[in-house]
Design a protein around this ligand. Structure first.
Ligand code: SAH
Ligand code: SF4
Length: 359
């Protein structure tokens, strides 16, 4: 049920021989109150509830377990999909607002050499329902009073390689009759698949949201070494594309840059990055992400001083740059540390009550 847009939900209820207003009722329960079962939909008759139970699936995900960071309160949730695969979502409480980082694929085909998610390649795309349910069930889990206003598509997978399902999810998120989130508070992060980025900006049905692009290197040679996708989507062409996208004012493109010790974190790299941005400073902001190590990772995280030096050079060029020390380090909920889990015997079902008990 969570994969349907509003118009589809209306069509569906009419196909069942029901009045159109049932769509509104259903959206109120599913997207508004975020109920976990049809039984909670008290203004629907018992017959209708039974019919829904027998003929549809309300939930696309089942919570297996979660971990809460003692450092910063972020929560990583692990879900089981219908076919037994698993994905993760991260809830990030911030001052004044809450953010959720959603996954769009099981694994990833892009193969960046610094990223844990891609180690087993791509298993499959997530459905729209599986993307939307990460939001709905996480919101339910943390309590409706802790409203999640911001969504970043920065979890497992390459969102633009799952274009149609992600587009539909964004349409449901921004529809006032459904999740009602603000376009400005949704960010899609891509590794830089040029034709898909262009397509997204030309697509009138794709709500205008924020774009983040993982740059990660100031020159083609280094980028190609870190991100094999750069062989066919060159840095030069990528920058030309980004420089000419019709971005709305107040929607700066975020350039993400993972800082890896000795690879792309030298002062000359910062100068080259600044030159790459050149006169288009107002179009971008730069997010510096110190590399997050994972078991067996081939790279190291730079020391704080190296990160600060890099950061400072960008500021000297008047480039808006920010260091994002990833949240949830202690629970490996940080960028690039999410990976599908093999479900062992240690599977526990947890409730909101046990979360509270665990602090
Ligand atoms: N596939 C998309 C979105 C998911 S990755 C993309 O690549 O943009 C989200 C961000 O995490 C990207 O900016 C990526 O460069 C970063 N990332 C991946 N692995 C990382 C790691 N080990 N440490 C720090 N950041 C990492
Ligand atoms: Fe895929 Fe993004 Fe990881 Fe690259 S950084 S492998 S695109 S998830």
């Amino acid at each position: 049920m969570k994969g349907l847009e509003y118009s589809e939900l209306e069509n569906w209820v009419q196909e069942q021989g029901w009045k159109k207003f049932r769509a509104k009722q259903l959206a109120k329960w599913i997207h508004g109150k975020k109920v976990g079962s049809y039984d909670e939909m008290t203004d629907l008759s018992k017959d209708i509830r039974n019919y829904l139970k027998e003929n549809t699936e309300l939930n696309a995900l089942e919570l297996i377990t979660y971990e809460k960071s003692k450092e910063d309160g972020s929560i990583k949730l692990l879900w089981r999909l219908e076919d037994g695969h698993t994905v993760e979502t991260v809830f990030i409480p911030e001052r004044g607002h809450n953010t959720i980082c959603v996954s769009t694929q099981v694994g990833c085909a892009v193969g960046c050499t610094f990223c844990f998610t891609t180690k087993d390649g791509l298993i499959r795309n997530l459905t729209t329902a599986e993307i939307i349910d990460q939001y709905i069930q996480t919101q339910r889990f943390v309590g409706l009073e802790n409203r999640i206003s911001n969504v970043v598509f920065m979890g497992m997978g390459e969102p633009l390689a799952n274009y149609e399902n992600v587009k539909k999810a964004v349409r449901i998120m921004t529809d006032d009759r459904m999740l009602g989130l603000s376009n400005r508070k949704i960010t899609i992060s891509s590794s830089g698949i040029i034709h898909q980025i262009k397509k997204m900006y030309q697509d009138r049905d794709f709500p205008q949201v924020r774009l983040a692009v993982s740059l990660n290197a100031p020159d083609q040679k280094t980028r190609q070494m870190l991100m094999p996708i750069s062989e066919t989507n060159s840095l030069e062409e990528l920058m030309e594309t980004l420089n000419s996208l019709p971005v709305k004012t107040g929607y700066r493109i975020m350039l993400e840059y993972v800082l890896i010790k000795g690879v792309n974190d030298r002062p000359e790299d910062a100068h080259r990055l600044a030159r790459l941005i050149g006169k288009n400073k107002k179009r971008y902001k730069v997010n510096l992400i110190p590399f997050n190590p994972y078991p067996g990772s081939p790279y190291e995280r730079p020391e704080k001083e190296r990160v600060e030096r890099f950061h400072k050079i960008l500021w000297q060029y008047n480039i808006g740059a920010f260091v994002r020390w990833s949240k949830g380090q202690d629970i490996s909920a940080a960028c690039g540390q999410l990976r599908k889990k093999d479900l062992g015997e240690k599977v526990s079902f947890l409730t909101k009550e046990s979360l509270k008990a665990n602090g």
